[in-house]
Write a protein that binds this ligand. Structure first.
Ligand code: FAD
Length: 290
């Protein structure tokens, strides 16, 4: 299938890219790895007059620690995240999640910025970013704003990004020692999107849960945060009964679309199961058992 015709520019700097976005008055699309955008264009879901290829802008690449945060350039590929020694040591949840994304070919070109900016609730980074309480740097010709991942997702393929803005950087926390984390994803086969997935990040004081984030992939129009489940577990010693109650509360907020991956009932049930497994694994890790 051939996409409609379009103009193509490949700026060498962020300021050039921002100037092009500004001039295009909403008619341009940013091209990152192209793994989501090009299929959308082939199906005529997107018909940009201009593609602004940001793949030749060195300042959009790289992973570095700044204080207690890790700053990741939006054009960093999934494979680069997977291989990052810094992330493996300081925020191991992220490379763990990347292993679940697509396949090695897609991970070789697909970028963290594209995965986040696309606004697809089926993508794996969005829920992870909410669980990590990540921040996104959005730049336009008028300036810069830093937004919380928690506020970024407004609907399916609909985010806080304005047409003249570029996501330039993703900032995730250095996870303190003793942080428990897990990403549990059910998928039909290698390379597929989630039927349902759950992400958990928690810390314990003794047996008590001091802080917990529980988020869900592909069971609603946006990545979901199971806030009532988080509240239930915070401040308590988590036992099997509480895990079960938290899973039930997480299931209550799910509203998945039915498709070839399953009907609503099945997907909601699986979201509950992924939540149970992610909480248990995160606790084991926080206790140093895994
Ligand atoms: C076979 C297959 C399987 C896949 N499986 C998974 C999976 O299991 N899990 C998963 O998470 N993903 C999966 N994906 C999606 C993949 O991760 C894509 O790479 C990702 O969704 C988009 O990243 P990209 O770099 O290719 O962005 P592109 O396709 O280039 O862009 C996607 C959208 O984001 C916008 N955009 C990109 N970068 C920026 C930026 N810096 N600032 C502003 N806007 C920007 C573009 O304009 C476009 O609208 C799969 C894709 C394929 C083809």
């Amino acid at each position: 299938m051939i996409p409609p015709s379009f103009s193509y520019r490949a700026p060498a700097t962020v300021s050039e890219a921002l100037a092009l976005l500004n001039e295009s008055d909403g008619e341009a699309k940013v091209l990152a790895g192209g793994h989501s955008l090009l299929p959308m264009m082939k199906f005529r879901f997107a018909e940009p007059a201009l593609l602004i290829d940001i793949g030749r802008i060195p300042e959009l690449k790289g992973i570095r620690q700044v204080g207690n945060r890790i700053h990741i350039g939006a054009m960093t590929t999934e494979n680069e995240l997977l291989e990052s020694a810094l992330l493996k040591e300081k925020c191991p949840l992220l490379p763990e999640v990347v292993r679940w994304i697509a396949d090695p070919q897609v991970r070789n070109r697909g970028t963290i910025g594209g995965d986040i900016a696309h606004g697809d609730p089926a993508n794996d980074h969005p829920a992870t970013m909410r669980a990590l309480e990540a921040e996104f740097v959005l730049k336009s010709a008028d300036g810069e704003r830093v937004v919380a991942a928690d506020d970024f997702y407004l609907g399916t393929y609909y985010t806080l990004l304005e047409a003249n803005e570029l996501l330039t950087e993703i900032r995730v926390p250095v996870l303190p020692p003793g942080t428990g984390y897990a990403y549990k994803k059910l998928k039909r086969k290698t390379g597929d999107f989630a039927i349902a997935a759950a992400c958990v990040v928690l810390s314990l004081t003794g047996d008590k849960c001091e802080r917990i984030a529980i988020t869900l992939t592909n069971v609603g129009p946006t990545p979901l945060r199971a806030e009532t489940a988080e509240k239930l577990l915070t401040g308590k010693a988590i036992d099997d009964q509480l895990v079960e109650q938290a899973a039930q509360l997480a299931m209550e907020i799910c509203d998945p679309a039915e498709d070839l991956r399953g009907d609503k009932e099945y997907k909601i049930h699986m979201a509950g199961e992924m939540t149970r497994r992610a909480i248990r694994e995160a606790i084991d890790r926080a206790r140093g058992r895994k």
